[in-house]
Design a binder for this molecule. Structure first.
Ligand SMILES: Nc1ncnc2c1ncn2[C@@H]1O[C@H](COP(=O)(O)OP(=O)(O)OP(=O)(O)O)[C@@H](O)[C@H]1O
Length: 775
C-alpha cells in the first residue's frame, strides 16, 4: 500500500498486482487450513466407522461423532470456492477477513484467521459508512472465481486516511451491481457478500417474538429471511439445532429455487416445507378452485370442525337395546346424555375422551343390571357387594353388543375420515353456496387447503389413549424384531467363522458375540436411543413438533386456518413473517398483519419494511407499478436500485403461439451476449414465458426444450409458468402473454420477475394502464 502519491500507469498496475497477490496468498493459506481440517475430519470419520465390534456405548458415541463430523464436512465442502469475500481494516491497525464460516489457525492460541459473517466483529463490514465508520478505515470486497481472487474493491471510510491500494471503488457499489446484473441460474444464491444495512438489521433482529418484514417485489425479503435463519442458527445453535427451524414457502418449485442458499452458508438443520406438506402421511396433490380454497381457509372452519366432532358424539334414537345375560338392557337417550355430558366435562380431545365415555357407559349399564338382580324385593335396598358389582361390570365389558353401542355413540375417528366425510357432505355446516364450492367425492386426493383442516381435526380428535399405547407397543415390537434380526445376523456370521476356524463347534470359541451379552429387548432400547436423525428430519415426521423458529415466506397468502396450524407448531411465537400485501393472490389470504396476528400475540409484534428493489430495473418496475396504481392511485412501489436503459415492449398478435416462439428466439441470449454468458456450453440467461394455464399446451408445442407443469425445472433456459407459479422467482428475461387475462396482483407479480428484459404479447386490446405505461 502506498500513500496517495501520483503513479504512472505501469507503476499502478504493478502496485495493484502486488496487492492482489498478497490477498491471494492469504486466501491460499485459508484454503490450506480448510483442506487440513477436511482431511482430519474425513480421517476421524473413517477411523470411527472402521471400529467394527466396539461395545454398544462406544458405538453410540461413534455414531454421534460421525453425524457431527459429517455436518462439519458438509459445511467445509459447501464453502469451498467462496470461502472469504471481504476484509475490514480498522483504525486501530487490526484487520479481519470475513467469510462464510469462521476459521482458527492451528497454533496454540487458536488465533482467528477468518471471521464468520454472522459474528459481531463482522458487523461493521455491513453497516459502516463514511458518516458512521464504526472504527473502520477501509472495507474490502474480494471477488473470486473458485479459489482464485479476481478483483478487489476497496471503500475508504476514513477520509483522512491517505493510504491507497490501487483498488479503490469510489461508488462503493461495484460488487453489488455486478451481483444484480449477473445472469440468473434458476437457483437463488446467497447475498452474504453484499447484505445492505437495512437488511442486516432484520437478519440480526432478536430471536424472540414475531417479526413482520414487508416489502415490494425484489426488495430481498426471501434473501433476508434465509440469511436470518442462518444467523439464528449461528447465534442460538444449541436451541435451534434441537428444535429446528421451519421455513414455509408457497410451492415446491419455490422451495427448490431457494433450497441451495442455506447449504451454501454451511447450514443444513432447516426444514423447508409448504403448508401442504405439514401433515405427516398426507401429500397434497390435488388443487382446489379459488372459491373452495377460500371457504376451507376461513377461521370459522375451526368451529365447523368442532361442531362435526360434537355431532359424532351421538344419542340413541330413542333407545339402544342390548341383550345381556338373557335380559334386554335399555340404553336410553337420558342415560347416554348423562354419560356424554360427564365425558365432555373433562374437556379432552374426542378420541382421548373415549375411554372416559366407555367407563361411564359401563357404569350406567352395571347400575341397570345391579338394580334388576340385586334389589331386595322387601325393602328396596341392594343386596350386592362390591365384588358382585365388579363381576357384573367385567361381564358387561365382555359383551360385544355393549361395544357396538359405544362405537355407535362415541366412535373413534381419524382426522382423514372426519374431513373426507365433511367434504363429501358439507350441508348443514356451511351455507349452501359454500357447500357447493367445497363438496367433492370421498375418494379425491388431498389439497393444500385440506391440510390445515386435517391438522385442526387432529387437534380436536387427539389420539385415543389405547390406540396410542397399541401403536407404541407395535413400534416397540418392531424394534425388538429388528434387533432380533441384527443379532441373528451377527450370530450367523459368528457360526460361519467358527465353522471355518473351530470345526463348527461354536462353544469352543472364547469370542463373545452380541447374543451373549445383550438380548433383543436391550438392543432395541439402545437402538431407540440411537435415533440420530437430525432435528429437521424428526420434525418433518412429527405433527406435534414445536419448532424453535418459523420463517414464513409469501406470508400474505396464508389463510386463517393455515395460521392456526403454524401457530400450533411454534408455541414460543418466535417467527419471522415476510410478505407483500400488494402481491396477494389467494382469496383465502388475510388482508392485514393485524388481523393475522391479533388472535395469537395481540399487538406484541414488530413490523419492519424493505423499500429498495434489487431485482427489477426502474424501466420494468414503472410498468409493473402502473397496473397496481390503476386500482390504487396512492400506491408507491419500492424504488429500483438500478436502471438498464432497456425499455420493455408490447406487441399485438393474432397468432400467439407463433409470436411467442418468435419472441423467445429474440429474448434468449444473442450470440454476442452468449459468448460472455455461456459456461460449460450452457447459456446462462433464463427466460420465463408467463401465460394463462389454458394456453400452456399450445405454446409449449412451439417451444423446443421448454419446461412446464406443476414443478418445472427452473434451471432450464426457457420455463413456461402461469402467474401464480412465478411468485417469488426471477429470470433474466420475462415474456408476459395475454396480460388482460390476469388479475391485478397476479399481473403485478408476473411483470416484476425480470432482472433485465420484459416483453408483453397480447391479442385484442392491451389493458389500459399497460398501454399507457408502454406507449
Ligand atoms: N443485498 C443484496 N445483494 C445482492 N443481491 C440482492 C441483495 N438483496 C436482494 N438481492 C437480490 O435481489 C433479488 C430479489 O430478492 P428476493 O427474491 O429476496 O426479493 P423478494 O422481496 O422476496 O421479492 P418478491 O416479493 O418479488 O418475491 C434476488 O436475486 C436477490 O439475490
Amino acid at each position: 500500500m502506498r500513500a496517495g502519491a501520483e503513479l504512472s500507469n505501469a507503476d499502478n498496475a504493478e502496485f495493484q498486482d502486488d496487492e492482489l497477490r498478497r490477498e491471494q496468498e492469504f486466501i491460499d493459506g485459508l484454503y490450506a487450513r480448510v483442506d487440513a481440517l477436511r482431511g482430519d475430519t474425513e480421517d476421524s470419520v473413517t477411523d470411527a466407522l472402521a471400529q467394527g465390534d466396539t461395545p454398544m456405548q462406544a458405538r453410540l458415541e461413534r455414531d454421534i461423532l460421525v453425524a457431527e463430523r459429517s455436518g462439519l464436512l458438509a459445511a467445509l465442502n459447501a464453502v469451498d470456492g467462496s470461502l472469504c469475500f471481504g476484509r475490514i481494516d480498522l483504525t486501530s491497525g487490526a484487520s479481519h477477513h470475513i467469510g462464510r464460516i469462521g476459521l482458527r489457525a492451528d497454533d496454540t492460541e487458536r488465533t482467528p484467521i477468518l471471521i464468520d459473517w454472522r459474528a459481531d466483529v463482522a458487523r461493521p463490514f455491513y453497516l459502516a459508512t463514511g458518516h458512521t465508520p464504526m472504527g473502520l478505515r477501509r472495507r474490502r470486497h474480494i471477488a473470486s472465481e473458485g479459489r482464485r481472487v479476481t478483483s478487489l474493491h476497496d471503500e475508504i471510510l476514513d477520509l483522512g486516511d491517505r493510504e491507497r491500494t490501487g483498488h479503490e471503488d469510489p461508488s462503493g457499489d461495484a460488487v453489488l451491481l455486478a451481483a444484480l446484473n449477473s445472469a440468473r441460474t434458476g437457483r437463488m444464491s446467497d447475498i452474504v457478500q453484499t447484505i445492505q444495512a437495512d437488511q442486516d438489521r432484520i437478519i440480526r433482529a432478536p430471536h424472540r417474538g414475531v417479526l413482520v418484514v414487508e416489502g415490494g417485489p425484489g426488495t430481498g425479503k426471501t434473501a433476508v429471511a434465509l440469511h436470518r435463519a442462518a444467523y439464528l442458527l449461528y447465534e442460538h445453535r444449541e436451541l435451534l439445532a434441537r428444535r429446528a427451524v421451519l421455513i414455509v414457502g408457497p410451492n415446491p418449485a419455490f422451495l427448490g429455487y431457494i433450497g441451495e442458499v442455506l447449504p451454501s452458508l454451511g447450514e443444513t438443520g432447516v426444514l423447508l416445507s409448504t403448508v401442504g406438506e405439514l401433515f405427516p402421511g398426507v401429500k397434497a396433490t390435488a388443487t382446489d378452485t379459488p372459491e373452495a380454497a377460500a371457504v376451507k381457509g376461513r377461521a370459522d372452519m375451526a368451529d365447523v370442525l368442532a361442531a362435526l366432532v360434537r355431532d359424532r358424539q351421538a344419542l340413541p334414537d330413542p333407545v339402544i337395546a342390548i341383550e345381556h345375560d338373557r335380559e334386554v338392557l335399555m340404553l336410553d337417550e337420558g342415560l347416554v346424555n348423562v354419560a356424554r355430558e360427564r365425558t365432555r366435562a373433562a374437556k379432552l380431545p374426542h378420541n382421548v375422551a373415549r375411554e372416559h365415555f366407555e367407563g361411564h357407559v359401563l357404569n350406567t349399564l352395571t347400575d341397570l343390571v345391579a338394580e334388576r338382580i340385586g334389589t331386595d324385593p322387601y325393602d328396596g335396598t341392594n343386596l350386592l357387594d362390591a365384588s358382585d358389582i365388579t363381576q357384573i361390570r367385567d361381564e358387561l365389558a365382555e359383551n360385544p353388543e355393549v361395544w357396538s353401542a359405544i362405537d355407535q355413540l362415541w366412535p373413534r375417528i381419524t382426522p382423514q375420515r372426519l374431513v373426507a366425510d365433511f367434504l363429501a357432505d358439507p350441508e348443514g355446516y356451511v351455507s349452501d353456496e359454500d357447500a357447493a364450492a367445497i363438496r367433492r367425492p370421498v375418494t379425491r386426493a388431498w389439497t393444500t387447503a385440506d391440510v390445515p383442516l386435517l391438522d385442526e381435526a387432529a387437534e380436536l380428535l387427539g389420539e385415543d389413549g389405547r390406540s396410542a399405547r397399541a401403536a407404541a407397543e407395535r413400534q416397540r415390537a418392531e424394534q425388538v424384531l429388528y434387533a432380533q434380526g441384527v443379532l441373528d445376523v451377527s450370530y450367523a456370521s459368528r457360526t460361519y467363522e467358527f465353522e471355518d476356524k473351530e470345526d463348527g463347534d461354536p462353544d469352543a470359541s472364547e469370542v463373545l458375540s452380541a447374543h451373549d451379552i445383550i438380548d433383543a429387548e436391550r438392543f432395541a432400547e439402545r437402538h431407540e436411543e440411537a435415533d440420530h436423525r437430525s432435528a429437521a428430519d424428526r420434525a418433518a415426521a412429527d405433527r406435534t413438533w414445536a419448532f424453535g423458529h418459523i420463517i414464513v415466506d409469501e406470508a400474505q397468502e396464508l389463510s386463517p386456518m393455515a395460521w392456526r396450524l403454524l401457530m400450533r407448531r411454534c408455541p414460543t411465537r418466535s417467527m419471522t413473517l415476510v410478505g407483500d400485501p400488494a402481491q396477494t393472490a389467494e382469496a383465502a389470504g388475510v388482508g392485514s398483519w393485524e388481523r393475522i396476528l391479533a388472535p395469537y400475540v395481540e399487538d406484541r409484534w414488530e413490523h419492519t419494511r424493505l423499500g429498495v428493489n434489487y431485482r427489477t430495473p426502474a424501466e420494468i418496475m414503472d410498468v409493473a407499478a402502473s397496473v397496481v396504481r390503476a386500482v390504487n392511485p396512492g400506491f408507491r412501489p419500492p424504488s429500483s436500485v438500478r436502471s438498464t436503459g432497456v425499455r420493455p415492449w408490447a406487441r399485438a398478435t393474432d397468432d400467439l403461439p407463433a409470436a411467442v416462439a418468435e419472441a423467445v428466439k429474440e429474448m434468449t441470449p444473442s450470440p454476442k451476449l452468449s459468448t460472455s454468458l455461456e459456461q460449460g456450453g450452457a447459456p446462462m440467461g433464463r427466460l420465463a414465458v408467463i401465460a394463462p394455464r389454458a394456453l400452456h399446451r399450445s405454446l409449449a408445442a412451439r417451444l423446443d426444450g421448454v419446461t412446464a407443469g406443476a414443478e418445472p425445472d427452473l434451471t432450464r433456459s426457457v420455463v413456461l409458468l402461469d402467474a401464480r407459479q412465478s411468485k417469488g422467482l426471477e429470470f433474466d428475461s420475462v415474456l408476459v402473454v395475454e396480460p388482460g387475462r390476469c388479475g391485478t396482483s397476479d399481473l403485478y407479480v408476473a411483470l416484476s420477475r425480470a432482472t433485465q428484459r420484459l416483453g408483453v404479447l397480447y391479442t385484442g386490446d392491451l389493458p389500459k394502464p399497460l398501454a399507457d405505461a408502454l406507449a
